[in-house]
Design a protein around this ligand. Structure first.
Ligand SMILES: Nc1ncnc2c1ncn2[C@@H]1O[C@H](COP(=O)(O)OP(=O)(O)O)[C@@H](O)[C@H]1O
Ligand SMILES: [Mg+2]
Length: 416
């Protein structure tokens, strides 16, 4: 896959420091750094311009586009989180439309693992804001940081098994959004929060995009075209870097990088600039998971490798397929990524041609494959018995029926 060297060049000049690799890039604008943090201060934190019903309490976090404050709702007497564009960005009409879209698309995704939006409004000074559930918890990025620092409490609470189960909740949120025709496009640990009841909430739908023909396509139609790739360098698939047309598999790739990080507690790529990272992503040159975590199970490593395949044809076609394979790993069964039969490869190609086929289950594929094999062997046997007698026919039937076993045996010999 050819690198979009112009875009990479432009971006590497704009942000040539490794500490911005986890920040969101929107088209040709590099939004300033802002990690998940509670130590937000400065002008924005003191920004208490708000409608009467709400009282701004303190800053909760800051990202590339917006800042988030804790709000007291005096009517319903409860805490809320409010998101507003960063002060210096509020007059930018393009970002404002993007912000409105974020509020509306998030509000349209009514799912237990998507942060609920409660209100969209304008402050007395004319700034747009939206309120959402106040998540009393940490971002997944903070949890990974603590695990990497060997924080004893976090290690006790967040075993690998627990992290994998949380990942299933993330896949459910993403699969639901896809079923509504929405891609997230900025999946990363900083945009995922863990609530105090063990729930995972997918946040920050600022870069979300609607797929053609989705119910939300009209709403998204108002969004301005942006030149250059958008996303977060460490989590973007090659096709997103290339600015190609995206489908669900772009989010599947980012999920793969998150899964890698949940296991290895570090991202698969490292480099000094965005350009460095993107060259590695496009060449598929991430550090193999088994090298970073030698004790990782081959099944889990195969699932991560499949989700992160540079060529999207080789990736899981949907977030649900990835979810089901992680479930297989958790249950101690063999994931499809480790055992991709010819029949399933053909099925994956067929799904790519016609996405409606995605609802065909793997065992149905196996049944069809088995049926086809028996029918093929029967017909082959009949033809052979007419031409060369029943002894040859038996040989033909045996050879045809035994072929898959022979291929499988030869493959295991090759792997030894
Ligand atoms: N509903 C919320 N409750 C509590 N904290 C939040 C909430 N939404 C965001 N935050 C905090 O703010 C940070 C940035 O939020 P995010 O929506 O990702 O903003 P941006 O679009 O600017 O990246 C999050 O990482 C988190 O720490
Ligand atoms: Mg964010």
């Amino acid at each position: 896959m050819a690198a979009d060297s112009d875009a990479i060049g432009a971006l590497s000049t704009m942000c040539a420091l490794s500490d911005v690799l986890g920040d969101t890039v929107i088209g040709d604008a590099t939004v300033p750094a802002g990690a998940a943090t509670n130590e937000v201060a400065g002008d924005d934190a003191a920004d208490d311009d708000m409608v009467e019903r709400y009282e701004v309490r303190c800053a909760l976090g800051e990202g590339g586009m917006g800042h988030i404050d804790l709000l007291w709702d005096s009517d319903l007497r409860r805490d809320l989180a409010v998101k507003r564009l960063r002060k210096e960005l509020r007059s930018d009409q393009t970002l404002l439309r993007q912000f409105l879209w974020e509020a509306r698309v998030t509000a349209s995704l009514d799912h237990p693992n998507v942060v609920p939006v409660h209100d969209l409004g304008v402050t007395p000074r004319g700034d747009v804001f939206f309120t959402m559930k106040y998540v009393r918890g940490k971002s997944l990025a903070e949890v990974i940081d603590r695990l990497r620092a060997h924080d004893a409490d976090t290690e006790a609470a967040m075993s690998l098994a627990r992290r994998l189960r949380l990942f299933l909740q993330l896949c459910q949120a993403v699969a639901f959004a896809h079923s509504r025709g929405v891609l997230h496009r900025d999946l990363k640990p900083a945009n995922i929060m863990l609530g105090s009841h063990g729930e995972l909430l997918l946040m920050d739908w600022g870069l979300a995009m609607s797929l053609p023909d989705s119910e939300l396509a009209d709403l998204a139609g108002e969004l301005p075209e942006r030149s250059g790739p958008s996303g977060t360098p460490l989590y973007m698939p090659p096709e997103q870097i290339d600015g190609a047309e995206l489908d669900q598999r772009a989010d599947v790739y980012s999920l793969g990088v998150i899964l890698y990080e949940l296991v290895a507690l570090q991202p698969p790529f490292s480099g000094k600039s965005v350009g460095d990272i993107w060259h590695q992503v496009q060449a598929g040159e991430g550090k193999p998971l088994a090298e970073v975590v030698p004790q990782v199970s081959p099944s889990l490593a195969a699932v991560v490798a499949n989700a992160m395949a540079s060529d999207r044809e080789q990736r899981y076609a949907t977030a649900t397929e990835l979810l089901e394979d992680v479930e297989r790993v958790i249950d101690g069964r063999t994931p499809l990524a480790e055992d991709v039969s010819l029949a399933r490869k053909v099925a994956r190609y067929a799904v790519h041609q016609d996405p409606r086929l995605a609802s065909v289950r793997p065992y149905e594929i196996d049944l069809m494959y088995g049926g086809g094999l028996i029918a093929g062997a029967g017909i082959g046997g009949l033809v052979a018995s007419h031409i060369a007698g029943w002894e040859v026919a038996m040989l033909v039937v045996g050879a045809l029926m035994g072929m898959p076993f022979l291929i499988r045996w030869l493959r295991t010999l090759g792997e030894r």
